[in-house]
Write a protein of this length. Sequence first.
Length: 576
Amino acid sequence: MAELRSGQRSRAMLLLRALVDIASEHPALPGPLPPSRDAWQLLVRAERHSPAAVETLLLHPPVGVWLNRCLRRLRGLESGDGPLWSAVGYLHATAASAALLAGIDFRITVPVGDGGVMLPALGIARIPDGAEIAEVVVAEGKATVLCGPHSVTPPADFSAEAPGWHGLRRLSGEHLGIVCSPFVDDIDPYRDFFRIRPPERLTDEEREDWQERFDGAWRLVCQQSNVDPRGIGASLSSVVPVPYLSWPEPFSASSPEAYGCVLLNGATDPLTLAAALVHEAQHIKLSALMDLVPLIEGGLEEIHYAPWRLDPRPLRGLLQGVYAFMGVTGFWWDRVRRAEPGPARESAAFEFALRRAQTASGLRTLLAHAELTPRGAEFLHRLEGRLALWLAQRVPSVPKRLASDLIDDHRLVHRMRHLSSDPERTAQWARAWRERTDPPRELPATSVVPTRPGALARPALARHRLRDPAGFARLYEGGEAGIPPGDEAPDQADLDWAAGDTEAALRGFQDRLEADPEDIEAWAGLALGLPDGPARTTLLSHPELVLAVHRGVRTAHGEGPDPLALARWIGTRTHR
């Protein structure tokens, strides 16, 4: 982790120097601020006095986000809100923060944005509306932010609150002597790598809730032994609360541009949060490693199936996902071994079975299609060896069945949404069906045509059944009476599938297709509900062809054929 951190520091230095050089020659700069080289020189002074202070700023996640966004804007590759000089002025604020941490006297002009002066990694000084610039001054060890007659004095402990000052606060987790204390960043405009955000200060109650859940999650992270908790702690430097939703699973994200940052939606319990921390720490580590050690060549075409996402992904994205879900698989296997018999163990076994199967699928795709460097091949084969041990572990029947079905469900929906069959060939198949002849000898070629991925409903029902059997029983037996307030009623066929009543589920999916032949999840449900045989085999292997031919027949006649009869007919050609 120290080696990865050193690499990220070097990367940030290179980007920062490039930004200073480009900004120094840009005709629209520096605006009302001093030249960028003045801020650079302050950073040099700070580093001579305290290298650790400058490293803190270089590795602060919002600084990485700003560096990348600002460089793209300076090069004309990205537009931005507000004047360019103000965006570049985050450099001056960064230099001020580094100098404050280094304990040197200085004076520098900085931009004002969203009603304050943001000092990265420290906090924000509130400034009256209307001001564009302010000064940060340190004389004889006393720091002041000045804007006309208005002044703010940051406290000695920058994380504390003071008149006009909001400090950047931390979460704290400690267990078994392993400490993790990331910022909980609710103020920096560059804290969210998806978009610039104004400060959104957590209330005391909200922050206490985050602290309580983080403390519980960190305890769970430290209890597992498959992913080194010290490495996870060293990977996490900031947690950013965001409002994004990612139903049916909680939202979390990380980015190579924000080393150490994890975006999280607040609606997570400690167990789910712990799994998310492991997942994102794996991403953070691998991104830093790939900045130093090439593992894959190319791999940027977004055409491959990722079993954890419904949109086509590049091979590089698959590599990230495989490594992340290796960590999550190990986390859940540890929970299986530790949990008491009952819902907790059944639920952990389901997550373990699901994640190991997803990881194995992604790994197979990488080994078959990726152009790996020698180190990349070694890396994947080591993952393959570790995963083989987990694939050999036994899982109880119900979690195993639900996980296996959801693996098929996800792949079927992905294929029907994103694989398009050749129209001319598909028309020949539709014509052969209408004329009651044998299927054509050649299968229609397919191409990837990405569409909006949407979300699947069945994973949430599977988790509900395993985590809360009594609650699921009330939902299943009581209809709307068992639905939590504010939630939509789940589809009955999906409920039957989750309950294990495949015959009832099959009838329900057939009814759904009769009402809406374009209900892709109902097509996938047919395959889940069918017993072994030609129709099921065809739907599992060529779902996009069955859907395309059914659509072609409907287009010509206005009414579609029986889905199961069509699948059996197609299977006479595809499975000879």
